[in-house]
Design a protein around this ligand. Structure first.
Ligand code: SAH
Length: 365
């Protein structure tokens, strides 16, 4: 019988686990603290548990974080960890220190099935969903590597689900892990500081509204359906109008909440004055902050980042219309850790890499 990995169980699931082995639910609280606050993985060291219970845990369970294969540190102090999974694949997690906060960019899947044309992860194809242990394990590992600041505070103050994968396509495990990020016995990060980024899985956005109150970011990247479907195939299923309606329902739950709209700047593709006008029109009435992301290149891509003056002009156009628009600072590009550059080692079950290569051959013949 395989042992249950307790690392990925939130408070409720851990209470259920203890009920199953005939123990009191309050044990779950003790375990959460040992695992996530003290990062103790050996039951023998959990001194406020009886010897008999520790023995029982050793027989039925384990606390098994994923393994770091390699750590890269950028000139700008951004860090990237390549994390090895038991299946032989690897994923990437990035830590971005800023003044007064530190943001961890967490992966949710091995590869991605969504095939967005401008994203490096997508070019790798898809292998599988990460387990809740593998997702929260990235937060666990970052804390293990980074420790605390001189005042004794944790340095991971924010989490963005913006690493490899589409988090809403791995809903159950992602929500379980996000609950652990929030739990005061876990990492104690407020919902506002946990951001989930999605390319727009509408039914799951509605579900998320009921389940956890994280900040939401939408990878919009285009202001009309024709272009959006070209660069984000999922748009065929959930077009812009439906997506923005789901965003409206999401913000309506809590008045103060706004939604971040992500917009990657692709030269000659989505950066014209007309694109700006369309964007202003479709976002009318929705409380949003627009984050313009300079396109980060990766091997094999034909896209080019919009020139800086064009990005500035686009930003100005949005600001002049009364919208809040910021330009995302590119971090960690010297260690290939910037947005859309995370690739890991993915054993592609969709054969996407091969299909792409074949398609290119046909085009160039
Ligand atoms: N699948 C989710 C999570 C990925 S988040 C989503 O689509 O939102 C990573 C963010 O970086 C998304 O907004 C994504 O669209 C954007 N991105 C992807 N490739 C990029 C690239 N090459 N340059 C800049 N941003 C990119």
């Amino acid at each position: 019988m395989s042992r249950t990995n307790l690392l990925g169980l939130d408070l409720n699931s851990l209470e259920e686990f203890f009920a199953e082995i005939g123990e009191k639910p309050f044990r779950a609280r003790q375990l959460l603290q040992w695992i996530h606050q003290y990062r103790v993985v050996d039951f023998a060291e959990m001194t406020n548990l009886s010897k008999a219970l520790r023995q029982k845990l050793e027989e039925t369970a384990e606390v098994k974080p994923p393994e770091v294969l390699h750590e890269y540190i950028s000139k700008d102090d951004t860090r990237k960890w390549i994390i090895k999974l038991s299946c032989g694949n690897s994923i990437e997690t990035v830590y971005i220190p800023e003044k007064g906060r530190g943001t961890l960019c967490v992966s949710s899947q091995v590869g991605c099935a969504l095939a967005c044309t401008f994203c490096s992860t997508a070019q790798q194809g898809f292998s599988r969903n990460l387990t809740a242990s593998e997702i929260i394990g990235q937060v666990w590992l970052a804390n293990e590597y980074l420790g605390k600041d001189p005042k004794g505070n944790r340095v991971v103050t924010n989490v963005v689900m913006m690493g490899m994968g589409e988090p809403l396509a791995n809903y159950k495990n992602v929500v379980m892990a996000m609950k652990l990020m929030r739990d005061d016995l876990g990492y104690g990060i407020s919902w506002r500081r946990v951001t989930l980024s999605t390319s727009g899985m509408v039914p799951m956005i509605d579900k998320l509204r009921e389940d956890c109150h994280v900040s939401l970011a939408i990878s919009l990247h285009a202001a009309n359906d024709k272009l959006r479907s070209e660069i984000i195939p999922l748009n065929d299923k959930y077009p812009i109008k439906e997506l923005l309606a789901a965003c409206k329902r999401y913000v309506d739950v809590e008045q103060r909440r706004h939604i971040t709209i992500e917009y990657v700047m692709l030269d000659g593709i989505n950066d014209s004055i007309q694109d700006g006008k369309d964007l202003i029109r479709i976002l009318k009435g929705l409380p949003t902050k627009i984050n313009l992301i300079p396109f980060n290149p990766f091997p094999g891509t034909d896209y080019i980042c919009s020139p800086k003056p064009v990005i500035k002009r686009f930003q100005q156009q949005l600001t002049d219309a009364g919208l809040v628009a910021t330009i995302r600072k590119t971090r960690g590009d010297d260690i290939v850790a910037a947005c859309g550059q995370l690739a890991g080692e993915v054993q592609d079950k969709t054969r996407r890499t091969q299909r792409l290569a074949e398609a290119k051959q046909v085009t160039f013949q």
